[in-house]
Structure formats: C-alpha cells, structure tokens
Design a protein around this ligand. Structure first.
Ligand SMILES: Cc1cc2nc3c(=O)[nH]c(=O)nc-3n(C[C@H](O)[C@H](O)[C@H](O)COP(=O)(O)O)c2cc1C
Length: 511
C-alpha cells in the first residue's frame, strides 16, 4: 500500500497527483479545533518572558520548573500563533510551526501529572487551542504512571486531521500531513530547549494507544477523522525512547469531555487517504542514532524572537541572495543529527546557487554513513563525490542548476532565486522493508523536522527559507541518476533572502 500510495501521488509534468484542481470554498475546513463543552483554561501569555539566545539552545541550560507559566511558554513558542497577517481586506493567522498551505492539520495534546493544588492527585489530558492560547480539559484521572519518570516530566501527543490538507491537495495530502507533524515535533523540541527541557519521542507506542490517550477512539465525539501521530515525553532529563506507557493507558477514562467542532459542512472523499492511514498504523521496533555536529554557532538573537519571526517567503531577492560559507555550514550542521532515536534516513541533495567559496553545482550532505557506499552506487556514475571542507558534504557536479531546480519545484522561482535549495533524499525501500509501513510516516516526520530546523536556523541568521512540498518526484530522481525507488525524495526546501511584501500588514497574535 505504501509503495502504491507513494507512486500514485507523485507529481509529474504531464500529470500532477489527483486533487480537485480548484478550491471549493464552501467546504473549506476550520483550521482551529475546539472541544465544545470542555472546561477552558486560559494560559498566561509568555511574550514578555526572556528566553536564552538562540545560538545557546544546544548548551546544557538549567531546566525551568513545571508550572502553568512554563507550559504556557512551551506551547506559545511551538504551536502558538506568531502573528496575524492582513491584506486586501482579509486576515489570517500564522503560527510558529510551518504548515503546507497554512492549513495546519496537526493538533497537540498534553497529558499532565497533577500540577495545580485544586487537582488533588488527578492527572489531566488537555487539548491546546492556539487561537486563544488556552487548554481544554478533556479528562482527569488517577494514575501511578508518573513514578516511572523523573519529576516534572509530562507527555505531549500529536495527531492530524488530514482532511484539512486533502481539501486543497487531494491525494498527495497524506504526505503534507506527515511533513507538518514533523515540523510540529521540531517546533516542540526547540521550544522545550528554551526551558532546558528534553524531548524524547517514544518509538514503541502503538497508534492504537496514542488514540486511546488522546480520546480519538471515541468516534461519537468527532465529525471528521483525527488520526494519531506521535507521543513524546518532555522532561528535564533524557528518557529511554523504549519507555512503556501501558500503565498509563490502562488508567485512561473511557469517556472524555467535549465534542470536537465540525470543521466543514461536507467532505470530498479520497479513498486512498484512509487506506494509507490504515496501512501505516502499525509501529515496529527501531534502532540507535548517528552523526553529531560540532560547529560553533554565530551569536544570535533571543530564541523567542527567532521562533516568532519564522516565516515562509514567496519571493527571493535573487540579486542579494548570496550567503557566506559560514552561514551555509551553520545551516547544514544544524540538521546533521536527528532528534529521533532511530538512525537518520534523510540525506540532503543540494543545489548550490550562490554560496561564497562554493562553486555552483550539485552536492550531497550524507547524514548517515551507513548509506554512503549505497548512494554512490545508486546515483549517476559520473558524479565525482569530491570532499568539501564541510565534513559530510560532497560535491557531485559543478553546474548551473537554477533553471533545473525551478522546473523540478513545480516552476516555483523560490527554488532558483535563493542561495541554495535542496531535496531530502531518503533511504526508502530498505527502511520500509526493515521497519514496516509505519516507517513511511516516520521518514516524513524526519524530513518535516529538518524543514522546521532549517527555517529557524535561516531566521536566526537574518536569512529566509520556505518548505517546498510541490516538486516533480521522478524528474528529481532522474537528475540524481536514480533508476529505482531504493532512495526517494520526500521534501524540498529553499534558503535565501526573501522579499518582504509591504502590502501585507502584521498584527500581534494575541491581544
Ligand atoms: C510541508 C510544507 C510544504 C510547503 N510547500 C510549499 C510550496 O511548495 N511552495 C510554497 O511557496 N510554500 C510552501 N510551503 C510554505 C507554506 O505555504 C507556509 O508554511 C504556510 O503558508 C504558512 O506560512 P508561514 O510558514 O509563514 O507560517 C510549505 C510548507 C510546508 C510545511
């Protein structure tokens, strides 16, 4: 099913993946989930909180206590609104986590130990409502589960409403939904670092258990399907990704408070989407990690300013998009190690357009040496694989790739007018055969997390970036000389200097 879905939803010049081809505004889904009838808890805004400089986030920072205020900051600087944009009489919210087409399929939930005195000994499950920066209490219950964890640990669950993406993108929507989940995950990782907290994704938890924890199995509370993505523990300490949550799941109440709002009056069905959701719902047991980066970071702004000012650009200023070698290296170093407990699977095939001291051409950043020999064998035999001064980066071919990268990115100028653009090239068939179909989602999460990190790194250096989900899959594979699906490109990204459209006004996210 995964191989079928992936092939079916490839974009090609003569045939884009199936979608309506236009937007039916009467069916536009609400981007904000609300649980009607659930108790709402307003969170204090964290905008005045001081946060560590962005370049120090990887240092061992002191951990914040677990309080309503710190939870509020975590959420505001990960899944919260960053601003409202206004133009031509319409207005829309932008958030700290990027999302394809700003459609935001990802919802987030907290599972908290007893925090407030009025909770007695009760643990609680909350849904985060970014629009009002509030929590909705869905359930409260007793559990001894927290004894297994260091003090001040709690759980975040992510889920997705793929209809929000399918409304616009049709059958390819499942891919975007998973990339967005990866962006949200990395947004949490960075926001947690600001508080000296660590994020560990639990890689043995079944989708069924995540659904139980988030109340998603209670179908009578939902109009549109909402599917489980991932669970992570946030804690002052490192936790084993193997941690079992059985002791928690057995204490979850059968019935939660609140009925999920209806997002659209009606829905267009794409049969392949529930089919791929079902096929990828069984998790299999994984393996250990890989490369670490040792690059010295350039002093930067306060981290909250970086996450709040992250934006996609839709026009690059070609004439001034050249970046320095150090900026380029910083960007690459920031995505060398994966947040995941599993091995990195995504490598970066990079089109260098305008980077000082680098010749224009095709490069590859190998993020896992397990694959290096294999990549050399699979890719075009003419590639030179010349070492560069950045340890894991190889020059394959010098060449002007501006028009090629634009053509491959669905003719989008942003891919050619920046300093560099790239495709995330994943070890595909072997990973799926080894780890099972659920790995398909995990590969997209890894790519989404890389995308979110690249956005933030670019923002921290005064540069701009944009995720590119629209690309011609097999044209990119042909360029790399790939003749089978052992490696597949799952996501593109571009970096440069963006053009700020002064006609678009910005208003604060929360009054
Ligand atoms: C997975 C993904 C795919 C995207 N694909 C494209 C794309 O092909 N072209 C584009 O101009 N923007 C693309 N974007 C950028 C989104 O449109 C942008 O994130 C969204 O409008 C929200 O704006 P913001 O990033 O400024 O918050 C993509 C973003 C994500 C996360």
């Amino acid at each position: 099913m995964v191989f079928k879905y992936h092939e079916t939803t490839k974009h090609a010049q003569q045939r884009y993946a199936r979608s309506l081809g236009y937007m039916d505004w009467s069916m536009q889904p609400d981007p904000f989930r609300v649980y009607n009838g659930a108790k709402t808890i307003k969170l204090p805004l964290a905008i005045e909180n001081s946060t560590p400089p962005y370049h120090l986030l990887d240092a061992q920072l002191p951990s914040a206590p677990l309080l309503k205020e710190s939870i509020s900051q975590l959420l505001q600087f990960s899944m919260g609104l960053a601003a409202y944009k206004e133009s031509g009489g319409s207005s829309w919210a932008v958030r700290c986590n990027a999302s394809s087409g700003n459609l935001h399929p990802t919802e987030s939930y907290l599972i908290m130990p007893p925090l407030m005195p009025e909770q007695d000994s009760k643990s609680s499950i909350y849904h985060y409502r970014p629009k009002d920066h509030a929590l909705e209490e869905l359930a409260s219950f007793e559990t001894a589960f927290w004894k297994k964890l260091p003090e001040n640990s709690f759980i975040v669950g992510l889920s997705s409403i793929s209809w929000r993406e399918a409304w616009k993108y049709g059958e390819r929507a499942f891919r975007y939904t998973q990339l967005d989940a990866g962006h949200a995950w990395q947004a949490f990782v960075v926001s947690a670092k600001m508080l000296g907290w660590k994020v560990t994704r639990l890689d043995r938890v079944s989708d069924a258990d995540i659904s139980t924890l988030l109340g998603l199995t209670q179908k009578d509370r939902f109009f549109e399907d909402e599917n489980p993505d991932m669970l992570f523990i946030i804690s002052p300490e490192d936790i084993s990704p193997k941690l079992s949550i059985d002791a928690l799941v057995e204490n979850i109440p059968l019935k939660f408070e609140g009925i999920a709002n209806k997002l659209s009056p009606s829905m267009q069905k794409w049969d392949i989407i529930p089919a791929i959701e079902e096929a990828t719902s069984q998790v299999q047991i994984p393996q250990p990690t890989t490369l670490r980066s040792e690059i010295k970071k350039t002093p930067s702004r306060e981290s909250k300013d970086v996450v709040l000012n992250r934006r996609s650009v839709h026009v690059m200023q070609k004439d001034i998009s050249t970046i320095t070698k150090e900026q380029f290296h910083n960007m690459l170093a920031s995505v060398l190690d994966s947040q995941d407990a599993k091995e990195n699977s995504a490598h970066l095939a990079i089109f260098v357009h305008q980077v000082q001291d680098y010749e224009a051409g095709l490069y590859v950043l190998v993020r896992n040496f397990r694959d290096k020999g294999d990549l050399e064998k699979e890719m075009d035999a003419k590639f030179s694989w010349t070492h560069t001064e950045f340890e894991h980066l190889y020059l394959l071919q010098t060449r002007d790739l501006t028009s090629t990268s634009k053509a491959i990115s669905c003719s989008q100028d942003i891919a050619s007018d920046g300093a560099f653009s790239l495709g995330m090239l994943c070890n595909f068939t072997n990973q799926l055969k080894q780890h099972g179909a659920h790995r398909y989602k995990e590969l997209y999460w890894e790519c989404g997390a890389i995308g979110q990190q690249l956005y933030l790194e670019a923002t921290s250096m005064g540069l701009s970036g944009t995720g590119i989900g629209c690309f011609l899959d097999d044209d990119m594979h042909r360029l790399l000389g790939l003749t089978n699906n052992r490696y597949q490109i799952l996501y593109h990204f571009t970096v440069g200097r963006g053009y700020v459209d002064s006609r678009i006004m910005t208003r604060p996210a929360y009054s």
